[in-house]
Design a protein around this ligand. Structure first.
Ligand code: MN
Ligand code: MN
Length: 365
């Protein structure tokens, strides 16, 4: 075989392999970002696993886009490898330390956990071009709960295309990074399958949220459901631009009713649980019901309602409820009398009128 033929063969093979990966921008490039250094505020960056439009002026992305499927979620630990995005020109870099002392978290757009199939791919989510200054409560609660919910949908037979970004200006950190007033997210949910763009229809589920970037944010992401149209008018971007005009217009004009009406139930998979709003130190998850009740799911899958404080907006995770599992009473017989050891260790017998008469504990031994 001639070397040139070999090269062509390799090119064809590598093209067909990469063709199997999902292009995060299959539904459209919302700002026509391009890898052209002269457009520094709308500069397309392609990373392994996601793409983004970088805005040099803001020191952060306009939007980050990725595709999520079950195989993206694995057992790799968070690498915490915060680092400048060295694919950008040096004078555009934001360093991890630039956020230090600002009071804002380095909030991921594509979440670390969405790329947990290997350590190498996880590391890429820690590039600073994927970060936004997020209020701690937004990053650690509301935004995270929606991330969890998206992975829950994907773990149950769906795949998703996600756009996330922030907009608005509440000031600057070290005159390098703009503090956004809001962060938005658009999630297009499809049952697992091929030819994704062609499968988008008026029945496709689209979840769009627009959240305030401050500590007054509610932990309930559903409070911030909105339409893609609203986000487009706030940001000036055009999402889902590869979807046909009539379907695009329909999908962009409606709020996700599955989230709003049923508390996030997924009818396709029969999932009863809304995303958990709290996890206690035993790992038990608490869910907020559509009517405001708070429950956890028992081993048999039943809802067990608890005090609402377990679903509250508190910063601190709740203490797990005390287990009330009384030990079965031990009965010691002595003559005609039965001595019973109570759950707290006391020893008693029941007299003729049905009263407990406590006696020396030794009688229960
Ligand atoms: Mn985060
Ligand atoms: Mn659009």
């Amino acid at each position: 075989m001639k070397p040139s033929l070999l090269i062509i063969l390799i090119l064809v093979l590598s093209w067909s392999v990469s063709g199997q990966l999902n292009d995060p921008l299959v539904l459209g490039n919302p700002s026509n970002a391009a890898s052209d250094l002269s457009q520094s505020n709308n500069y397309l960056v392609t990373h392994n696993g996601y793409e983004l439009s970088y805005n040099k002026e803001r020191g952060a992305a306009n939007w980050v886009a990725w595709h999520l499927q079950k195989s993206d979620i694995g057992k790799a630990e968070r690498t915490d490898a915060f680092a400048p995005d060295t694919t950008l020109p040096t004078d555009w870099w934001i360093k991890p330390s630039d956020y230090t002392g600002s009071g804002y978290d380095r909030g991921h757009m594509i979440p670390s956990k969405d790329r947990s199939s290997s350590e190498d791919i996880n590391r890429v989510t820690f590039l600073m071009s994927n970060m936004q200054p997020q209020a701690p409560k937004l990053n650690e609660k509301t935004w995270k709960y929606l991330e969890d919910y998206t992975r829950e949908l994907v773990s149950k037979g769906n795949e998703a295309y996600v756009y996330a970004g922030c907009y608005g200006n509440k000031g600057r950190i070290k005159d390098k990074v703009t503090i956004p007033s809001n962060c938005f997210k658009i999630i297009v949910v499809l049952p697992e399958g091929d030819d994704d763009l062609k499968r988008i229809s008026v029945l496709t589920r689209v979840i769009a949220v627009d959240m305030p970037n401050d500590e007054s944010v509610s932990i309930r992401w559903r409070t911030y459901l909105t339409t893609v149209d609203e986000i487009e008018s706030k940001t000036g971007f055009d999402f889902l631009s590869n979807v046909s005009n009539s379907i695009q217009a329909y999908l962009e004009s409606k709020k996700d009713s599955e989230s709003a009406e049923t508390g996030g139930n997924d009818r396709q998979t029969g999932d009863k649980g809304a995303p958990s709003v709290n996890t206690d130190s035993n790992g038990r998850k608490y869910y907020l019901g559509a009517k405001g009740g708070c429950y956890y799911l028992t081993a048999s899958g039943k809802k067990s309602y608890v005090d609402k404080k377990y679903c509250s907006d508190e910063e601190a995770p709740p203490e797990p409820p005390k287990k009330i599992e009384p030990e079965p009473p031990t009965i010691t017989e002595s003559g005609d009398r039965k001595y019973i050891r109570g759950p707290k260790g006391g020893c008693y017998y029941i007299n003729g009128s049905g009263k407990k008469i406590y006696v020396d504990k030794s009688l229960c031994n």
